[in-house]
Design a protein around this ligand. Structure first.
Ligand SMILES: [Zn+2]
Ligand SMILES: [Zn+2]
Length: 463
């Protein structure tokens, strides 16, 4: 009898139409006439109640929840909070439901300001859907489904829009180097994407040796506690890896390979919430990408005479989402917030000087999610050579697990064009004053990003 009742327990399972949902915070929507809910995506799902025998069912409840664990680091409190809670209930009022499988469909609106999926040293934000069925009578305990993870990705583009290309230029006047133009160009500036970095010098007043040029992304976290306290941990700097010129030759005619192995493509186990990065949407247990081969510049880069111009252009890769997290968009209710600055460091030595100097120029940037592939925002496009069976859904792929070769084939031509942009022959600053001039600083000094005091203490993160 006891054994028999074990085998006759009802069970409940959940399936979702999508495990990744793109939200678009309303601040990025110029058309404010649209009701905000019109932009909010929906997730659809089915709760399947399996009854070994007829049962009187009271209620079926489905909960969609976002949980955030956050801590500002050592010495800072650790806090768990609910960032989103939505509930649906079907009241069956003790209706007798016959033995067999019974499907209950549901949908949830995902608000566009929902805190996106996060995992980092300062905590995590996860979303899940879970269903519970309760029965009439004291002898049948309620049953719950395992929680199913939903990955909420915030995108600066509205659904169906192609990510906008980034083309940022900064003009600067340095007393040592003269006018310096900095450019960052990318077909889509996201985590793990390729960026063309260019530096143009129109001529220094006196001879100078350019020792090296590097580009960095400075990542600043902000932890917002529920009591209103805000903590800013120390910002970290990540170098952008230079990719070799042989790797950066695009062959866009190649089709994008899709995993055809018998593996299940490293999908997150749907039975439990993601606990380790290994089950994040960006991980791939199979078909690991070929590691990027870092390539170095010559050292020194150039020895320039007075008034001699210099142009530097290089394709570099933003680190993957294990290191760089997508920028938190305005209008997002995230407790773990991330902001970024993209910068260029020019290391140089003036003729006759004993010490190197550094020119550090940067700009705040929005670095999009590596999951915001054009392919996943738009309808997937299949090429003629794509295999018939797709083992791994296209949306499971993010730039982090995309090989350099594939990235170059996709974006190489645009990057090449960006690098070849003709720089102006003359360069004038309008209304330049002493404040816009950079005296440069010595190698032993602490690098300081201009106009941003909370970046003061930086450390260079190895990855
Ligand atoms: Zn595979
Ligand atoms: Zn990724």
């Amino acid at each position: 009898m006891v054994l028999g009742s074990l085998f006759t327990q009802p069970s409940l399972s959940l399936t979702l139409s999508e495990d990744m949902v793109f939200v678009h915070p309303s601040q990025f929507e110029p058309d404010l006439l649209l009701p905000s809910t019109g932009r909010d995506p929906l997730i659809f799902g089915t709760a399947l109640l399996s009854l070994p025998s007829a049962k009187a069912v009271n209620k079926i409840r489905v909960v969609f929840e976002g949980l955030c664990d956050a801590s500002g680091g050592s010495g800072q409190p650790y806090e768990s909070s609910t960032t989103l809670h939505k509930e649906l209930e079907i009241d069956l009022k003790g209706e007798i439901i016959e033995a067999g499988d019974h499907a209950f469909n549901f949908s949830f609106i995902v608000p566009s300001n929902t805190a996106p999926y996060q995992r980092c040293n300062y905590g995590r934000t996860r979303h899940s859907v879970k269903a519970t069925a309760s029965f009439a009578g004291a002898f049948t305990p309620s049953v719950s489904s395992p929680p199913i993870a939903v990955y909420v990705v915030a995108s600066p583009q509205a659904a169906g829009e192609v990510p906008l290309p980034a083309d940022i230029s900064i003009q600067h006047f340095s007393e040592d180097l003269g006018p310096v133009g900095i450019g960052f160009a990318s077909p889509h500036l996201t985590v793990a994407s390729l960026v063309n970095v260019r530096v143009t010098m129109l001529g220094a007043p006196s001879p100078v040796q350019i020792l090296s040029i590097d580009s960095f992304v400075t990542q600043q976290y902000e932890i917002q506690y529920t009591n209103g306290k805000v903590h800013h941990p120390k910002a970290k700097r990540y170098i952008l890896r230079k990719i070799s010129s042989t790797d950066s030759t695009p062959s866009p005619s190649l089709c994008v390979p899709i995993c055809t192995g018998s593996c299940n493509g490293g999908q997150p186990t749907s039975q439990e919430l993601p606990l380790a990065p290994a089950s994040s949407p960006s991980s791939t247990d199979c078909c690991p990408p070929r590691p990027d081969l870092p390539s170095c510049d010559s050292n020194p880069l150039a020895a320039l005479d007075a008034e001699q111009g210099f142009h530097y252009s290089r394709t570099m890769r933003v680190p993957t989402d294990d290191h760089v997290r997508p920028t938190t968009l305005e209008g997002t209710k995230a407790r773990i917030r991330v902001s970024h600055k993209l910068s260029v460091e020019v290391r140089y030595r003036l003729a006759g000087a004993e010490q190197d100097k550094i020119l550090f120029i940067g700009k705040d940037m929005v670095i999009g999610s590596c999951c915001a592939l054009a392919d996943s925002l738009l309808l997937p496009s299949y090429s003629a050579c794509a295999p018939k069976t797709i083992q791994r859904p296209l949306h499971m792929r993010c730039y982090c697990s995309t090989s350099l070769k594939e990235m170059v084939d996709r974006d190489g031509l645009a990057l090449q064009r960006a690098g070849e942009i003709q720089e102006p022959n003359s360069f004038r600053l309008l209304g330049a004053d002493a404040g816009s001039k950079s005296p440069g600083f010595t190698d032993t000094g602490t690098p300081t990003l201009r106009g941003s005091p909370r970046y003061e203490m930086e450390e260079l993160e190895e990855y």
